[in-house]
Design a protein around this ligand. Structure first.
Ligand code: WTA
Length: 656
C-alpha cells in the first residue's frame, strides 16, 4: 500500500511517547508478562486461562498441536462462555455493576447491570431452547447495535449453539449466502434500527433471503426496535418481546467442550465467496479476555469502556461482547453513526458517560480531523485515559491528532493489529510499558510469536520489509473455515509450512517495531472493513450490462482505501444509457448484491482493460491510474494503448 518514500519516512519516525509516571504507577500489564511468556509460553497461556476464566471442569492439557494446523486448546476442560460473561459476576458479588450503557441514535437510553443482563440472557436462552436450538446448531443474528444483539449472542452461546452475526449493512443476497453456508435453522433480527436519523429496515432483507423456502431456517425471531411495518409469516415469525415475556429467568448453564465452536464469522478472502471463520469457546475467550484486560489497562471497578465497533464485525465480538463481559467491564454501546444528528455526537457520548477507554478505527479519526478540531474541543473529554485504534494502518498525522485533540496529550494510544482469524489482538503496545510511536503497531503481545519473512521464508531483519507471520499457535486462533478444511490449510498454512500467514505486508524498523503495510492479497480495506476485489467483480459481472470488470482498492484520504471499478459494457448495452447512468446503475447494483459498504466510490466505464500477455488484468496499473500516479512498468502489457485510452477517459470525467 505505502510506496517506498512513505516507508522511508515512516522508518525514520523519531517521536516516542513514554507513559506518564502516574500511568505506570497504576498499570495493569507488567513487564513480567513478557518474561513469563518467553520462559514458558504454554504455561503462560494456561495461567491466563485459569485466572481469567471459570472452568466447570479444569483442564490439564494445554495445547494439542498433533493435528496441526487444527489446534485443540485446554481440550480436556469444560466451560460455558455465557456463564463466564454473566453468572459468575453475579455469583461473585458484581451483579449490581453496570454492564451496558446503551444509547440509541434517537437519544433513548437504557442501562443493564450484570444481574439484569444475566436474567435477560437466561430468558432468551429459554426462548431459543423452546424453539428447538441445541448444542451445535447455527443461529444467524442480523441486528442493529442494541442490547438484544448481545443478549442474543450470549443466549446462543449459553446453549452451546453457534452464532453467526451478519452485519446489518449486508444485503439480502449476502445474508442468504451466509444462512446457506452455515445451514442455520434460526434467524434473530429486528424490524429495523436507527441510522443517520432514519429507520433502516432489517426484517425485509431476512424475508427476501429466505422467501423461497430453500434454507434450513425454521423460525425468525424479531426484536421490535425501528417500529417500522413488517410483513409476517405465521408459524415462522415470532416477536422477541412476546416470547421473552413468558420465559423464566432461571436457566442453568451447561458445561461444554472448550473446542466447541462459539461462532462463525464470515469475512472476505481472495476468492469470491466469503469464508466462515470458526472460533472456539475456551481458547477464544481466553484470548479475548487476556488482551482486553492488558491492552486496555482495564480496571473494571472504575473504567467506562467504549469500543465503537458494530457486533457484526470481529472487533464487536471480541471487544464489545466477549472480552469486556468476561472481564466484568462497564461499557457504552451506541446504535448509530458518529455524526447523527450532529458531528459531535461521539464526543457528547464520551462526556455524558465519562468514558475512560476509547477504541475506534483510523477512518473515523480521519473523518473527525476533516470535520475540524473545534467539534471535539467544545466537549469535556478529560475522563479519557487510554485510546486505541484498529482495522487499518493509522498514518502518523492521524495518530498525532488523536493523541493531541482527543487524548489531550495525556492518553497512551494502542494501535492494535489483528484479524478476524486471530480472534484477538496480536501486535500492540502495552500501555504503561511500551513507549509508543506514531504509525507503528509495534510489538507482539506476551505469548504471541510473530516474524516478518521474505517470500522464500527467510527472516528479514531490521529495516526491511516482508510478510507477517505468526510462528506459534495461540489460544484464540481460528479453528478452521466452516465446511472447507482444505481452504483453511491452503489459505493460511501452505505458504510457510507450520507458520500462520496473515496476508499482510509488514516492515521492521531499526528498533524492531512492526509497521503494517496493508494486504498483499486481493483483499481491500475500506474504512477498516475487509472487502474482496473478486467478490465485487463477481457482483459486477452478474449484471446483464457488464462484459468485464476489474476492481481495485485505491488510496483514499479518509477511508484508507476506496473501491474503484473499471467496467466494460456489453456491446449491445453501450448505447442504452450514458456512462454516468451506467455507472450509477452498477453502483446501486453492487450495493444490492453485497451491501452498501461494498458500493464502489468510482466506476469507470472503459473499452478495454490492461492485461498481461497471459491475460491477467494488471491491477497495479489500474491502481496507478485511479490514484493519478505516473504509470509503472508496462512492458508486459499486450497493448500499451489501452492505458492511454483509460487515462484519457478518466481525465475527461468518465465516471459518475
Ligand atoms: C488490517 C479487524 C494495520 C490488516 C480486527 C488485517 C490493520 C485486516 C490493523 C484484518 C492495524 C487490522 N494496522 N492494519 N492496527 N488492524 N488491520 O479481519 O490488513 O476485519 O489483515 O479484522 O485489517 O481485518 P479484519
Amino acid at each position: 500500500m505505502a510506496d517506498n518514500t512513505t516507508i522511508d519516512s515512516l522508518l525514520h519516525e523519531e517521536r516516542r511517547f513514554p507513559p506518564s509516571d502516574e500511568f505506570v504507577a497504576h498499570r495493569v500489564a507488567t513487564p513480567e508478562l513478557y518474561e513469563q511468556a518467553r520462559a514458558d509460553r504454554l504455561g503462560f497461556w494456561a495461567e491466563q486461562a485459569k485466572t481469567l476464566l471459570h472452568w466447570h471442569t479444569p483442564f490439564t492439557e494445554v495445547l494439542d498441536w498433533s493435528n496441526a494446523p487444527f489446534a485443540r486448546w485446554f481440550g480436556d476442560g469444560r466451560i460455558n462462555v455465557s456463564y463466564n460473561c454473566l453468572d459468575r459476576h453475579v455469583l461473585e458479588g458484581r451483579g449490581d455493576r453496570v454492564a451496558l450503557l446503551f444509547e440509541g441514535e434517537p437519544g433513548d437510553e437504557r442501562s443493564l447491570t450484570y444481574a439484569e443482563l444475566t436474567a435477560e440472557v437466561k430468558k432468551a436462552a429459554n426462548m431459543l431452547a423452546t424453539l428447538g436450538v441445541t448444542e451445535g446448531d447455527r443461529v444467524v443474528i442480523y441486528m442493529p447495535q442494541i442490547p438484544e444483539a448481545i443478549i442474543a449472542m450470549l443466549a446462543v452461546a449459553r446453549l452451546g449453539a453457534i452464532h453467526s452475526v451478519v452485519f446489518g449493512g449486508f444485503s439480502a443476497e449476502s445474508l442468504r449466502a451466509r444462512i446457506d453456508d452455515a445451514d442455520a435453522k434460526l434467524v434473530i433480527t429486528a424490524d429495523g434500527g436507527y441510522r443517520k436519523g432514519k429507520v433502516f429496515p432489517l426484517k425485509p432483507a431476512v424475508d427476501e433471503a429466505i422467501a423461497d423456502g430453500g434454507t434450513a431456517v425454521k423460525n425468525v425471531v424479531v426484536v421490535k426496535r425501528g417500529g417500522n411495518d413488517v410483513t409476517w409469516v405465521d408459524g415462522r415469525d415470532v416477536w422477541w418481546e412476546e416470547e421473552i415475556a413468558t420465559m423464566s429467568d432461571e436457566h442453568t448453564a451447561e458445561a461444554f467442550d472448550p473446542e466447541n465452536p462459539l461462532f462463525i464469522l464470515y469475512t472476505s478472502g481472495t476468492t469470491g465467496n466469503p469464508k466462515g471463520i470458526i472460533h472456539s469457546s475456551g481458547g477464544y475467550l481466553t484470548g479475548a479476555a487476556y488482551t482486553h484486560k492488558n491492552v486496555f489497562d482495564l480496571k473494571p471497578e472504575t473504567d467506562v469502556y467504549w469500543c465503537t465497533a458494530d457486533v457484526g464485525w470481529i472487533t464487536g465480538h471480541s471487544y464489545v461482547v466477549y472480552g469486556p463481559l468476561a472481564n466484568g467491564a462497564t461499557q457504552v454501546i451506541y446504535e448509530g453513526t458518529p455524526d447523527a444528528p450532529q458531528p459531535g455526537r461521539w464526543w457528547d457520548i464520551i462526556e455524558k458517560y465519562g468514558v475512560t477507554i476509547f477504541y475506534t478505527a483510523p477512518t473515523a479519526i480521519r473523518g473527525f480531523m476533516k470535520a475540524g478540531r473545534e467539534i471535539p474541543q467544545a466537549r469535556d473529554l478529560s475522563s479519557l485515559r487510554l485510546l486505541g485504534t484498529v482495522g487499518e494502518p493509522i498514518n502518523p498525522e492521524a495518530w498525532m491528532w488523536y493523541r493531541e485533540v482527543i487524548g489531550g496529550n495525556r492518553c497512551p494510544i494502542v494501535d492494535t493489529w489483528w484479524q478476524t482469524e486471530t480472534g484477538a489482538i496480536m501486535v500492540s503496545a502495552l500501555p504503561g510499558i511500551t513507549h509508543t510511536k506514531p504509525g507503528s503497531a509495534q510489538v507482539p503481545l506476551p505469548g504471541i510469536s510473530i516474524d516478518v519473512l521474505s517470500e522464500d521464508g527467510v527472516h528479514v531483519g531490521a529495516e526491511a520489509g516482508g510478510l507477517l507471520v505468526v510462528t506459534e499457535p495461540w489460544p484464540s486462533m481460528l479453528r478452521g473455515i466452516w465446511g472447507d478444511p482444505d481452504r483453511f490449510v491452503e489459505t493460511y498454512w501452505a505458504k510457510f509450512g507450520d507458520k500462520y500467514f496473515a496476508g499482510d505486508g509488514a516492515h521492521l524498523d531499526a528498533d524492531g517495531d512492526v509497521w503494517l503495510l496493508g494486504r498483499v492479497d486481493d483483499v481491500m480495506n475500506v474504512s477498516g472493513h475487509r472487502l474482496s476485489t473478486m467478490e465485487i467483480e463477481s457482483a459486477l459481472v452478474a449484471h446483464e450490462m457488464t462484459a468485464e470488470a476489474a476492481v481495485i482498492g485505491a488510496d483514499d484520504d479518509t477511508t484508507g482505501q476506496a473501491v474503484v471499478a473499471f467496467v466494460i459494457l456489453k456491446a449491445r448495452h453501450q448505447k442504452d444509457m450514458s456512462e454516468e447512468e451506467a455507472a450509477a446503475e452498477l453502483r446501486s447494483w453492487v450495493s444490492k448484491q453485497i451491501g452498501a459498504i461494498a458500493r464502489p466510490r468510482d466506476i469507470h466505464i472503459v473499452n478495454e482493460l490492461p492485461k498481461t500477455r497471459s491475460g491477467k488484468i494488471m491491477r497495479r496499473l489500474l491502481r496507478d491510474i485511479a490514484e493519478g500516479r505516473a504509470l509503472g512498468d508496462t512492458t508486459t502489457l499486450t497493448d500499451t494503448n489501452v492505458i492511454d485510452v483509460i487515462s484519457q477517459a478518466m481525465l475527461s470525467g468518465g465516471d459518475d
